[in-house]
Design a binder for this molecule. Structure first.
Ligand SMILES: Cc1ncc(COP(=O)(O)O)c(C=O)c1O
Length: 408
């Protein structure tokens, strides 16, 4: 059975060039970069090279890059660290209802500590009203946190315009750029961003490494206490192989950005048009204009079907996609992003995300387009929500699926 991976927003395979660059840093060049002896010196140069590669992807100075363990750490650090550093100025934070849990849960934790958080609403297409954003700013606002692009439906947010509003009102601006990195250009200087976070495993580097852009002069509370690594901005011995890998992944992402954009965009558009034209009662989730979404992301709801059952049927054909984000799957609650867009509960439950990568081929998309309509039809016939007359008897496998996925 062919294996077709369409879940690149959940994680990506480590690229061959990335792995090759990392390998020497496990055994031969194993030193701790904080050590002054030869073994430490052997690796500290590699970290500085990676810092330059990350800086080039985001268009900042290498001195503004801090290495971390994951995107969630970066979002936590950006928000909690700002709250700690600026609490004397105010206690109000503005974010959106469609952020990743790494932002939403951090804001919720701060609310328990007396901070006030405005969660901006989005419209039915998942977009923000920038007037709402500007009118939410008060003299107590210390942070605006808006993601560069959404992980579930792929919407790209107007980061430059938000940066201008933040600058005009002298409010710090953090953006979670975890999904945008490697898929669309990131220019943190041009967009007036103060803090941006990217994560290695979304761009062909390994899991467990990430980076934060912290604009020169931005004061931030410490997130981890301990050693004085990263110029005292992040304690903990460096993950040298991971950092080297992240650097190479950033360089590859930057040098192949345009070609990858048009390649995955062509495949995604084909998948999108194929699904919308061949299957009735499908709802596109996210901005209807494909230019306004990440080039690799498609989120659709198949009316009457539980997204999880669709994924199980897909899995039997070797196709990996996702319903909701990987972090929330496992819970049967519909995604908060669908809820924020006002997607009806039944449709929210059936939302399915396809996130492509540069390794996908047109043949794979053709295969999905061939397999999907009969699977959807079969599941609709099993669904008590679907109007049917004379359903065919179910196979054993299908019976098991139905038991697992009784709609609620
Ligand atoms: C938008 C967004 N932010 C943050 C994260 C968390 O990144 P990490 O998995 O590196 O902690 C993710 C991961 O899915 C994400 O999609």
């Amino acid at each position: 059975m062919n294996k077709i991976y369409l879940d690149n927003n959940a994680t990506t395979a480590v690229k061959k060039e990335v792995l090759d660059a990392m390998l020497p840093y496990f055994c031969e060049q194993f030193g701790n970069p904080s050590s002054v002896h030869w073994a430490g010196r052997m690796v500290s140069g590699a970290i500085e090279k990676a810092r330059e590669q990350v800086a080039d992807l985001m268009n900042c100075s290498p001195a503004e890059v801090i290495f971390l363990s994951c995107g969630s750490e970066g979002d936590n650090h950006a928000i909690k660290g700002t709250a700690e550093a600026l609490k004397h100025k105010g206690n109000h934070i503005i974010t959106t209802a469609v952020e990743h849990p790494a932002v939403l849960e951090t804001c919720a934790a701060l609310e328990k500590d007396g901070f006030e958080v405005t969660y901006l609403k989005v419209d039915k297409d998942g977009m923000l009203d920038l007037q709402d954003l500007e009118s939410a700013i008060t003299d107590k606002t210390i942070l605006i946190s808006v993601m560069w692009a959404n992980n579930e439906m792929g919407n790209i947010y107007p980061i430059k315009e938000i940066g201008e509003i933040a600058k005009k009102h002298k409010v710090r601006f953090h953006t979670d750029a975890v999904q945008a990195a490697g898929k669309i250009p990131l220019d943190v200087r041009d967009a007036n961003v103060d803090i941006a976070v990217i994560s290695g495993h979304k761009i062909g580097a390994p899991k467990g490494v990430a980076a934060m852009y912290l604009k020169r002069g931005t004061k931030i509370g410490r997130f981890m206490h301990g050693g004085h690594q990263e110029r005292n901005r992040r304690a903990g011995t460096h993950n040298v192989p991971g950092i080297v890998g992240l650097g190479v992944a950033c360089e590859l992402a930057r040098t192949h950005l345009e070609e990858n954009y048009s390649y995955v965009r062509k495949l995604r558009d084909k998948l999108e048009q194929g699904i919308l034209s061949s299957i009735p009662e499908v709802k596109l989730n996210g901005h209807p204009n494909p230019d306004m979404r990440l080039p690799n992301t498609l989120n659709v709801s198949f009316n009457y079907i539980e997204g999880e059952s669709l994924l199980l049927f897909f899995d039997m054909k070797g196709i990996a996609a996702s319903s909701g984000s990987a972090c929330t799957s496992g819970s049967l609650e519909p995604s908060h992003v669908m809820g924020a867009m006002g997607v009806e509960i039944v449709l929210a439950h059936s939302s399915t995300r396809f996130s492509l990568g540069a390794d996908n081929t047109e043949e794979e998309i053709d295969f999905v387009l061939q397999e999907l309509p009969p699977i959807v039809q079969r599941l609709r016939e099993m669904s008590p929500l679907y109007n049917r007359t004379d359903p065919a008897p179910l196979t054993c496998d299908e019976c098991r699926m139905v038991t697992i996925t009784v709609p609620h």
